[in-house]
Design a protein around this ligand. Structure first.
Ligand code: PMP
Length: 429
């Protein structure tokens, strides 16, 4: 008990005193975390938490994955270049070769790779900028419920009005189209976009690009149907609009295959990867560009931290790890477990609870069963019981299950049981 008092004291003094009000995740998970292994994270006081947050998708291979760690440690030990702007380095060369060998070539995908500033949002900015440069059109279409990041361009294509409040004027040239979700599920959203584009009186000009997520993760785990994605691809081709897939959160194997759009058998013109691409939680982001539209002039999207060398080493190791551990197959097995558990044990509590997801990203939607406040009570109780799990979607009413892909089945089971227990306890109050 004394230990907990000491921690509270630290949180109240050090963090509240010195850290900006903008901090967010830490408010929902008030403890001081010190070390982590696999899918467990330990606090200073020695408490253990199962991690269903996984760095918001940056830790698909778990915390401190031994295989990746070893490669990174050897690189550091050998005084490998730690920072190299965008110079040609051995670490970058190995990554490019491995990415081509294990991902692009077997999938018959032909993309140039642009290394962007280290966060996902910078690659989104690059994609939007490049699309406008190619087509010489200023507009972008995005989707209601989308999340693409927090810098001005990315924020302009993000749906959440709340987070845009401080960015006055963002979204000036962006038109939000309906995503196949909620009442829109029965509405032909692709036909709608097509008619807007064909109507010379629609008031909406043809955009340079349409940016989309195959699963709106922050938007509440909304999974786009395969046919919808295929029709979106065709629509873009017909109207000569670039299709940008933001695979930052659900790429890198989260849904099973390396790219989440593979399930629809489509090829976007640009693909954005970040979060788990470095394999170890190191910052890294990249933009895949079809070769014929790679019309950048040298240095046109520059930046000091494009291509973090340790991230290259981690990323190369992660691709090897993924391949040798047959992670794609592993995700299928865990998908089966997760789907089964939350459908049978959670959705069965009430027909007002909706569950959605695929691969290893699942959402429990309680919007019509107590809403955001109930979801908050449940995730807070989960935290007390030793599980870190966050909330997303409108009114934060969707509990988001996002464990590392490498999580052991018994830990996955335990985490899910904690959610069930928290549901039962909160509802019975
Ligand atoms: N796009 C998607 C789909 C995301 O999930 C995120 C991060 N949650 C981003 C963009 C922004 O990435 P970052 O936070 O690294 O800038």
């Amino acid at each position: 008990m004394d230990v907990f008092k000491k921690q509270e004291f630290n949180i109240n003094t050090t963090f509240e005193k010195h850290e900006s009000n903008v901090r967010s995740y830490c408010r929902n998970f008030p403890d001081i975390f010190q070390r982590a292994k696999g899918s467990i994270i330990y606090s200073e006081s020695g408490r253990e938490y199962i991690d269903f947050l996984a760095g918001a998708g940056a830790l698909n291979y778990g915390h401190n994955n031994d295989f990746i760690k070893q490669k990174v440690m050897s690189y550091l030990d050998a005084d490998g270049v730690a920072h190299g702007l965008d110079l040609y380095t051995s670490a970058k060369q190995s990554f490019l070769a491995k990415f081509s060998e294990l991902i692009l070539s077997p999938k018959k995908l032909d993309y140039k790779i642009q290394f962007c500033g280290p966060t996902g949002t910078n690659a989104v900015e690059a994609a939007l900028k490049l699309a406008k440069k190619i087509t010489k059109r200023p507009g972008i279409f995005s989707f209601m419920g989308a999340y693409h990041g927090m810098t001005l361009g990315s924020l302009s294509v993000t749906g959440n009005i709340g987070v845009k409040a401080g960015a006055i004027g963002a979204s000036n040239q962006v038109t939000f189209m309906p995503y196949p979700y909620g009442f829109m599920e029965t509405f032909d959203t692709i036909e709608f976009i097509d008619s807007v584009l064909n109507d010379v009186n629609s008031g909406i000009e043809k955009p340079s690009a349409i940016i989309f997520e195959t699963v709106q993760a922050e938007g509440g785990i909304v999974v786009a149907p395969i046919a919808w994605m295929q029709r979106l691809r065709n629509l873009c081709t017909q109207h000569n609009i670039l299709l940008i897939c933001d695979d930052i959160q659900v790429g890198c194997g989260r849904t099973g295959p390396f790219f989440s759009f593979e399930r629809a058998d489509i090829v976007p013109d640009m693909v954005i990867l970040s979060k788990s691409i470095s394999g170890y939680g190191f910052p890294m982001s990249l933009l895949l560009i079809k070769p014929d539209i790679d019309i950048w002039k040298p240095g046109e999207h520059s930046g000091t931290f494009r291509g973090n060398q340790l991230a290259f080493v981690g990323a190369t190791a992660a691709l090897e790890y993924r391949e040798s551990n047959n992670l794609e197959q592993d995700v299928k097995i865990k998908e089966f477990f997760l789907k089964n558990f939350i459908t049978k044990e959670i959705a069965s509590i009430s027909e007002k609870i909706k569950v959605r997801g695929l691969g290893m990203i699942w959402g429990i939607d309680v919007a019509k069963f107590g809403g955001g406040s109930l979801a908050k009570q449940i995730t807070s109780r989960c935290f007390e019981l030793g599980l870190i799990v966050e909330r997303v979607g409108r009114d934060d009413s969707v509990i988001k299950i996002l464990p590392p892909l490498t999580i052991e089945i018994p830990i996955l089971q335990k985490g899910c049981s904690i959610i069930k227990q928290a549901f039962e306890e909160v509802i019975s109050k």
